[in-house]
Ligand binder design. Structure first.
Ligand SMILES: Nc1ncnc2c1ncn2[C@@H]1O[C@H](COP(=O)(O)OP(=O)(O)O)[C@@H](O)[C@H]1O
Ligand SMILES: [Mg+2]
Length: 289
């Protein structure tokens, strides 16, 4: 477990402030009563039959394992997304990153989605702020922790929408709320698509061509990914899918060119290392053409 994952028991006790918050977010206990059980067990457990109480305790332990690691605010946000029907609970952790934790989750139709949760406590919002403040879309953002994190999540959602509009191969963004982003699960069944760095494509030349084509589409649409590498490209059945779009920025960002050159360098280095002979300059020209 990363440093950011501190179990918080407070999610399991009632406090008036949270009940008020619950009312404000207009969550309905009716749609997903189980979640309310786990967050506020004292409201429900007192008149349960014995057998149900035992089952409940086990379920609650499972829930605690998954949700106890979040702060109350994040739990309420997840709860809201659950009651809105985007998924019915987290399934398993996929990645613990610098700023966020990524989980898979199951929908009522037994489909999988990805839930990316930005940590409110342990993320370096100063770095985020420095990145986002020069994005013309976020020029007026206040340097306040929650503002910055929420804007960051919104930007990732927005970038994914823009990328899809430009027909760049990225996961479909489903929704976002506060510090939580929900997006399409790239994979088949419960098999998640590997990162490019872990699965070198069979036809490297073709795969590389598809990457530069996607980079070109994104650029022509007015965006640069700005964190593109073999870590943030999935190899989904021999097709590249760009992920982690939170840093993607508009071309009028003072460092947009620098970011683009760095993206190109990362990709070229990776493929050169794997025996393809590619040239940064000509790739850059092709993207900008
Ligand atoms: N839509 C997705 N489908 C499948 N796997 C994903 C998806 N989004 C993220 N992942 C997995 O989670 C990891 C972390 O996600 P990413 O968005 O790159 O966050 P971070 O900012 O922590 O790098 C990825 O490397 C990938 O393995
Ligand atoms: Mg990443």
């Amino acid at each position: 477990m990363g440093a950011g994952l501190r179990p918080s028991m407070s999610a399991l006790t009632i406090n008036i402030k949270d009940l008020k918050l619950l009312t404000r977010t207009k969550v309905r206990f009716g749609t997903e009563p189980k979640i309310a059980y786990y967050l506020y067990p004292e409201l429900f457990i007192y008149n349960m039959p014995k057998a149900r109480k035992e089952k409940f305790k086990q379920d609650r332990e499972d829930f605690k394992t998954m949700h106890g690691v979040f702060d109350n605010f994040t739990n309420l946000t997840l709860f809201k997304l659950i009651t809105e029907g985007h998924f019915r609970g987290l399934e398993s952790p996929i990645n613990i990153g610098k700023e966020s934790n990524v989980f898979s989750a199951l929908t009522n139709e037994e489909k999988r989605v990805i839930v990316k949760i930005y940590r409110l406590e342990t993320c370096d919002f100063n770095i985020m702020y420095n990145y986002i403040k020069n994005d013309s879309r976020y020029g007026h953002l206040k340097r306040k922790k929650r503002n910055v994190i929420f804007a960051w999540v919104q930007r990732e959602y927005r970038n994914l929408m823009e990328a899809r509009e430009a027909q760049v191969n990225v996961p479909i963004p489903i929704t976002f709320s506060n510090n939580v982003l929900v997006l399409e699960f790239v994979g088949r069944g419960d098999q998640i698509a590997p990162k490019l760095k872990d699965m070198v494509p069979k036809n490297k030349k073709q795969f590389f061509g598809k990457i530069t084509e996607n980079m070109g589409k994104l650029y022509k649409h007015g965006l640069v990914h700005a964190d593109l590498s073999a870590f943030n490209i999935l190899n989904f059945e021999e097709t590249p899918v760009f992920i982690d779009m939170s840093q993607a920025t508009t071309l009028n960002h003072p460092q947009a060119e620098e970011f683009l050159e760095r993206d190109v360098r990362n990709i070229c280095n990776f493929f050169n290392k794997h025996g393809l002979r590619v040239n940064e300059k000509s790739v850059l020209n092709k993207i900008k053409k």
